[in-house]
Design a protein. Structure first.
Length: 257
């Protein structure tokens, strides 16, 4: 059954960006910036997760704090407060997510609350050439998935668990390549069931801050590339803006106004 989220915020760009991303990840999303509409949604639906902008939780005429309190206490629905400063203390369970929003933090919260077997890291499926170095020899390989913490690499030979190695691969579109050391977590042997794939899952050893930054930027840029032009337009991010994001985390450019 498709998980359902309610997102309330007075900042339209935050709403549209979250809606596009979460729908792209396969969730049903209800969004609103209007207090009365939000109150109706909170009273009439049973979401699996709430994202609520901090300004809407201040007591007052435009507040939905009473409806949020009732819903979270009645259904134990998790609440994530979108905050970019101080907000009133709340007498019901909640977590915060800083605005501007970090894609990787967003992914972690979604996995934590909505998936039975949460993934720790945002993972890309891709085909990327790589060079694997082991025992002083180099081997041409192909990277089939990539995250902040590791990758899956197709090889022409079997790697043993705990084998130490290094992998060099290009960050396409960034005029940059990374050399990362890692160790083998598991290996896959070729069989008819996996279309005779042979490869290994590799966990990165601790990355330098610079390499982590480049890797995050690459993953985020690739993620944006998966979106359709219509989805990117709804996020209010032009192609020029996307191309210029090779040195910054994209979602941190979202206006907080």
């Amino acid at each position: 059954m498709m998980k359902r989220l309610i997102i309330g915020d007075t900042r339209e760009r935050i709403l549209s960006t979250l809606e596009v991303i979460l729908k792209h990840w396969g969730y049903r999303v209800l969004v609103s910036s209007k207090t009365e509409h939000l109150k109706a949604l909170l009273q009439e639906t049973s979401p699996d997760l709430l994202f609520m902008g901090a300004p809407l939780l201040h007591p007052g005429e435009n507040s939905v704090v009473d409806e949020v309190r009732t819903l979270t206490k009645k259904t134990s629905c998790p609440l994530v407060v979108l905050a970019n400063g101080e907000f009133p203390s709340l007498d019901f369970p909640h977590e915060t997510l800083d605005v501007p929003i970090d894609l990787f933090e967003l992914y972690a919260r979604i996995q934590k609350y909505l998936e039975k077997t949460p993934r720790k890291n945002l993972r890309l499926s891709l085909k990327l050439p790589g060079v694997l170095y082991r025992d002083g020899a180099s081997h041409l390989s192909e990277i089939l998935s990539l995250s902040e913490q590791g990758l899956f690499i197709r090889t022409g030979f079997r790697l043993a668990k705990e084998d130490k190695l290094s992998v060099i691969f290009p960050l396409m579109g960034m005029k940059k390549e990374l050399e990362i050391e890692g160790k083998v977590l598991y290996s896959v042997l070729p069989s008819p069931e996996n279309n005779y794939l042979q490869g290994s899952g590799v966990e990165f050893l601790p990355l330098s801050p610079e390499n982590k930054h480049f890797l995050q930027t690459f993953i985020e840029t690739c993620f944006l590339g998966e979106l359709t032009p219509m989805e990117r337009a709804r996020m209010d991010l032009t192609d020029d803006q996307i191309q210029s994001l090779s040195h910054e985390i994209t979602l941190k450019l979202i206006s907080t106004r």
